[in-house]
Design a protein around this ligand. Structure first.
Ligand SMILES: *[C@@H]1O[C@H](CO)[C@@H](O)[C@H](O)[C@H]1NC(C)=O
Ligand SMILES: *[C@@H]1O[C@H](CO)[C@@H](O)[C@H](O)[C@H]1NC(C)=O
Ligand SMILES: *[C@@H]1O[C@H](CO)[C@@H](O)[C@H](O)[C@H]1NC(C)=O
Ligand SMILES: *[C@@H]1O[C@H](CO)[C@@H](O)[C@H](O)[C@H]1NC(C)=O
Ligand SMILES: *[C@@H]1O[C@H](CO)[C@@H](O)[C@H](O)[C@H]1NC(C)=O
Ligand SMILES: *[C@@H]1O[C@H](CO)[C@@H](O)[C@H](O)[C@H]1NC(C)=O
Length: 270
């Protein structure tokens, strides 16, 4: 009897305290704090003891973290002058729905392991120094609503697979070093509007295709050729018209001079 009550009490305590700390969240935070560099000590309470117990129910003890039922479900650390890299162990925060590390100086790749964040809806890594490819594995995060990667140094193509993300409502990869064609499924028209307009793609020197305007550097466009054709046609038309006019005037003058001469010859002088 005493043992059962004891167990019930323990369960109740666990329940009301928001359950035990999650070892996955602890691993995630420990590794992330090691891979990030925080030169101005902006990350308050990012200490070992807090990583072991970052959440109590819906209360968070960790700056930037939002908790739900004892698990971290949002991590929001924008504009904190952070450097370093994003640890692949971030994927151990398995309940994460939103990740915002925007406007820092974080470098290195976007870990493909983010694919294990199966609940991820918002990914904002904009305005950092991230390099390497956009991992095609992001397409496995089926709930992604927002992918904001603008102003980084990402290179390579935009993965075709991202077009499979049916919930995607914001997609911004502008101002990177991306190349190749824009996947049809990310640029195509739905109704009369493109799914994402040119502002999502501009500022990537070697990226091309709808909805970006046609490339100007690579040879002459059809429009330019037609323009030059029409232009030179018009110029030669004007030139020949002028030539004809000048010729006509000259010959007219000659004619009138001659006629005047004839007339003066015919007319007797008084
Ligand atoms: C910092 O974390 C500890 C637990 O590690 C917690 O007791 C404390 O309240 C936290 N401080 C803040 C300001 O959240
Ligand atoms: C970023 O932080 C700096 C100071 O830390 C502040 O002056 C600036 O307004 C912040 N920018 C944004 C967009 O919050
Ligand atoms: C934690 O992340 C590492 C690196 O991505 C991975 O190897 C490991 O399987 C993850 N552990 C769990 C429990 O998800
Ligand atoms: C991502 O973060 C930046 C800067 O912190 C912000 O301006 C932008 O609106 C965010 N993107 C989205 C889609 O919310
Ligand atoms: C547009 O993209 C959708 C996927 O988002 C695809 O099913 C459809 O076939 C595409 N349409 C055209 C005309 O490319
Ligand atoms: C492009 O799309 C963005 C966000 O969807 C919107 O704010 C902007 O006004 C659009 N620009 C044009 C030229 O349609």
């Amino acid at each position: 009897m005493g043992i059962i009550w004891g167990q019930l009490l323990a369960v109740a305590l666990l329940f009301f305290s928001g359950a035990a700390a999650d070892p996955n969240d602890e691993r995630c935070l420990t590794h992330l704090s090691q891979s990030l560099v925080d030169p101005f000590k902006n990350l308050q309470n990012w200490t070992k003891s807090t990583f072991a117990n970052p959440c109590q129910g819906f209360t968070s003890f960790l700056q930037g973290a939002t908790c739900n039922n004892g698990r971290i479900y949002k991590l929001s650390l924008p504009n904190l002058s952070l450097k370093g890299t994003i640890s692949p162990f971030l994927s151990n925060c398995t309940n994460l729905q939103a990740l915002d590390l925007s406007s820092n100086s974080i470098s290195g790749p976007i870990p493909p392991e983010l694919q294990y964040l199966v609940n991820l809806a918002v990914l904002n890594l904009s305005s950092n120094l991230l390099s390497g490819p956009i991992p095609q594995q992001l397409a496995l995060c089926a709930y992604l609503n927002v992918i904001d990667l603008h102003d980084n140094r990402l290179s390579g193509p935009i993965p075709q697979q991202l077009g499979l993300l049916v919930r995607l409502s914001v997609f911004d990869v502008s101002n990177n070093r991306l190349s190749g064609p824009i996947p049809g499924s990310l640029g195509n028209r739905s109704g009369n509007l493109p799914r994402f307009n040119a502002s999502s793609y501009e500022g990537n020197r070697d990226l091309y295709g709808y909805p970006l305007p046609p490339l100007k550097s690579k040879g002459l466009s059809i429009l330019a050729i037609v323009g030059i054709g029409l232009g030179s046609g018009l110029v030669s038309l004007v030139l020949s018209f002028t030539a004809v006019c000048v010729w006509l005037r000259v010959s007219e003058q000659k004619l009138s001079n001659e006629e005047e001469g004839k007339i003066s010859q015919l007319m007797p002088d008084y």
